[in-house]
Design a protein around this ligand. Structure first.
Ligand code: FE
Length: 205
């Protein structure tokens, strides 16, 4: 019997692509999915679902305090109000980043990520390097790997997502954004600010 590799060692892009092709072939051969279905699924998560949806949720929360309260209370339900939800987002928790507390998310075991609001995770999120360092020395990791230097007075909290529960952040609303509308605000929200490895952009003066 051949050995099963249970390690979480990242595979090369070529290996992953080959495995995906093999899985796709099996699913189609067994009649579990059609080729069109597979293509549509890939298209959705490549082009339609992404951080632009999370940005929309954040802009709504910045503008509407009642929505914000609902979002922090139950992110899954609040997102559903905006028509956002689905696979890998069945149980989501949004945490508020403030002047005093900065939250950041990792999946220390693998790569769990809230697809409905963020799309597919960037490669670094899945890397052993990020998973190890953000857990062990978050302040140094944020500063050296992401250029995010937080004052010592800011408490950093690291949250470990898993397949049951996925965290993401409500970034702090930047100063100087008082008169901005929802679309303008959403444009300030970056993917990294939703993960907690960055801040929302400051509007041009
Ligand atoms: Fe995971």
């Amino acid at each position: 019997m051949s050995k099963v590799n249970l390690s979480h060692t990242p595979h090369t892009d070529e290996e992953i692509a080959a495995r995906v092709k093999a899985l796709e072939a099996v699913l189609i051969e067994k009649g579990l999915m059609s080729e069109a279905g597979v293509n549509r699924f890939a298209e959705i998560y490549e082009n339609e679902v992404g951080p632009q949806l999370g940005s929309k949720v954040v802009a709504e929360a910045w503008i509407n305090p009642e929505f914000k309260a609902r979002l922090l209370d139950n992110a899954t339900d609040a997102c559903r109000e905006l028509g956002i939800g689905g696979l890998q987002g069945e149980h989501m928790i949004a945490l508020e980043n403030t002047k005093d507390v900065h939250n950041v998310v990792v999946c220390s075991l693998c790569s769990c990520y809230p697809w409905p609001v963020l799309g597919l995770p960037p490669n670094w999120y899945k890397s052993m390097a990020y998973r190890a360092r953000i857990t062990r020395e978050p302040r140094a990791c944020l500063k050296e790997d992401f250029g995010l230097e937080l004052p010592d007075s800011v408490e950093i909290r690291v949250w470990d997502s898993n397949s049951e529960l996925r965290y993401w952040m409500l970034p702090r609303r930047p100063d100087g954004t008082d008169g901005m509308n929802k679309e303008e605000l959403a444009a300030l929200v970056t993917r990294d600010s939703l993960i907690g490895t960055g801040l929302a952009k400051t509007p041009p003066a």
